[in-house]
Design a protein around this ligand. Structure first.
Ligand code: AMP
Ligand code: GLY
Length: 458
């Protein structure tokens, strides 16, 4: 019997306290390296703390605090950054200055997420396909905004900057008239350097999370997230209520050519970032795409794994995640054969009832009154902690997504059943979307795409 050589002991820093961070911590902890994992978190994630040798609490906008923690550890071999906020505040630049390589881009390449205007301009400048019609307004110009909206017909309004995935306003869903649009633009410009108005696309969205060392791009299986708070894709946009992926590493409404187009866009963007910023993007580049009747369009880029989408792909990795991290930081990702189990996944977030909802006055506001989470039998599902508060008598909700459950199965219905059963094992203070990953919702997406592509139902 072949005996696998035990690898040397390494120290890894994880910056992050979200469920995505919990999934990353798990992938690091179960690698065949002897790992000591240390976590820097804005709030205590019990899942990450349980996997780590040590942790420190502090703010992501203070690179000096993270450096001080690393110093107290006598350095680490490398760092992995989970959320976008530390990227925006230059944590990678600060760590790299002290010789610590990072899975996560420097501040300049991270603009691909932190500035939507940077991204739209980059695609335009380098002639990269998939850029919807758009206009970037840096000052309030009601006349020009109205003219451009007339030209588009239906529009989407986006603030330039970090908004936690919640700042985008879609015409027909979040506002109707041009006067409402003007008010939204005026408000955005009070807080953000620019507002982007772009053409409203009609299609189906998918997330393509790619590993890259700035030279090689490796796409992971596509995932579909559900940003809307309420069943049937209604209600406000959230950070993501849940997501699914399929055993064939496609999605039921996608063709392989759609994935190829999207991967090609990511690759061109990686090259363009290098050219534009003179820095390589090293980390995870996540393209949020919409496939339409005219092909694949770019909705947004993120400079990190998706949350919840990280949970759909990391547990399926057949390749050692730490080897991938070394491939990314060492610029030799092309040498790492990366594969995933051929399994389907469904992830569902349990959130406080008030999360992402405009509730009538008088409704108990659980987002400010935290409540104890009671967890029953999770069956075969995996559990990932997100924004929770650990107290001596148990786990409590905060204002945001609380925990995620993940079902893994040979088929989507099997994975959905596992996730749904686990989601139902939580009692009242939390809510979830029962429809994520169900046949009915998935079929609606397939029918939508067929109608757009002019294909008849079989
Ligand atoms: P973003 O933060 O850019 O990902 O946008 C949040 C959500 O708004 C997306 O997931 C889409 O559902 C929607 N959205 C953003 N841009 C567009 C667009 N150009 N057309 C239609 N929907 C959009
Ligand atoms: N799931 C959307 C995001 O991670 O931004």
């Amino acid at each position: 019997m072949a005996v696998r050589a035990k690898k040397r002991k390494i120290k890894v820093l994880l910056v992050g306290n979200d469920a995505r961070g919990h999934a990353i911590a798990e992938a690091i902890a179960c690698s065949n390296y002897r790992v000591e994992l240390f976590a820097f978190m804005e709030s205590l994630n019990p899942g990450i703390a349980g996997l780590a040798t040590g942790y420190e609490l502090g703010k992501y906008d203070k690179p000096a605090a993270i450096l001080a923690y690393v110093q107290s550890l006598n350095g680490v071999d490398f760092a992995v950054i989970s959320p976008e906020k530390p990227l925006f505040y230059g944590v990678v630049d600060a760590l790299e200055e002290t010789g610590i390589p990072c899975v996560g881009p420097n501040k300049l390449p991270a603009q691909i997420e932190t500035s939507k205007s940077f991204t739209r301009k980059l695609l335009r400048k380098y002639g990269i396909p998939g850029n919807p019609q758009h206009w970037i307004f840096t000052s309030f110009n009601p006349g020009a905004i109205k003219v451009f909206m007339d030209h588009l017909g239906q529009a989407v309004i986006k603030p330039d900057g970090l908004t936690g995935g919640k700042g985008v306003m879609v015409q027909g869903d979040h506002f109707d008239t041009k006067d409402e649009a003007l008010k939204i633009c005026a408000e955005i410009l009070k807080k953000h350097p620019a507002v982007i108005i772009e053409e409203k696309l009609d299609g189906e969205e998918f997330s393509l999370q790619c590993f890259t060392d700035g030279k090689t791009v490796v796409a992971t299986p596509p995932v579909q997230d559900h940003k809307r708070r309420m069943p049937g894709d209604t209600g406000l946009n959230t950070g993501g209520m849940g997501s699914y992926s399929c055993a064939d590493h496609l999605l039921p409404f996608l063709k392989q050519s759609d994935i190829d187009q999207a991967t090609q866009i990511v690759w061109q963007v990686v090259r363009a970032i290098d050219h534009e910023t003179k820095e390589l993007f090293r980390g995870i580049l996540y393209g949020g795409f919409m496939v339409t009747a005219d092909g694949v369009n770019l909705v947004e880029f993120n400079a990190r794994f998706g949350d919840p989408e990280a949970m759909n792909i990391l547990p399926l990795l057949e390749t050692n995640f730490v080897d991938i991290c070394y491939g990314i930081i060492g610029g030799r990702l092309d040498e790492i054969p990366i594969s995933f189990q051929k399994k389907a996944t469904v992830c569902k977030y349990l959130v406080p009832w008030a999360y992402g909802r405009d509730l009538p006055q008088g409704h108990p506001d659980l987002s400010s009154n935290s409540a104890k989470i009671e967890i029953g039998d999770l069956g075969d599902a995996k559990l990932y902690y997100s924004s929770v508060e650990k107290r001596p008598d148990g786990i409590y909700t905060t204002a945001s997504r609380a925990v995620a459950v993940l079902g893994i199965g040979d088929s989507l219905p099997q994975a959905e059943k596992i996730a749904e059963k686990a989601a139902q094992a939580f009692s009242d203070p939390v809510d979830h979307r029962r429809d994520i990953g169900t046949d009915c919702l998935v079929q609606r997406r397939v029918d939508h795409m067929r109608a757009l592509r002019g294909e008849s139902r079989r």
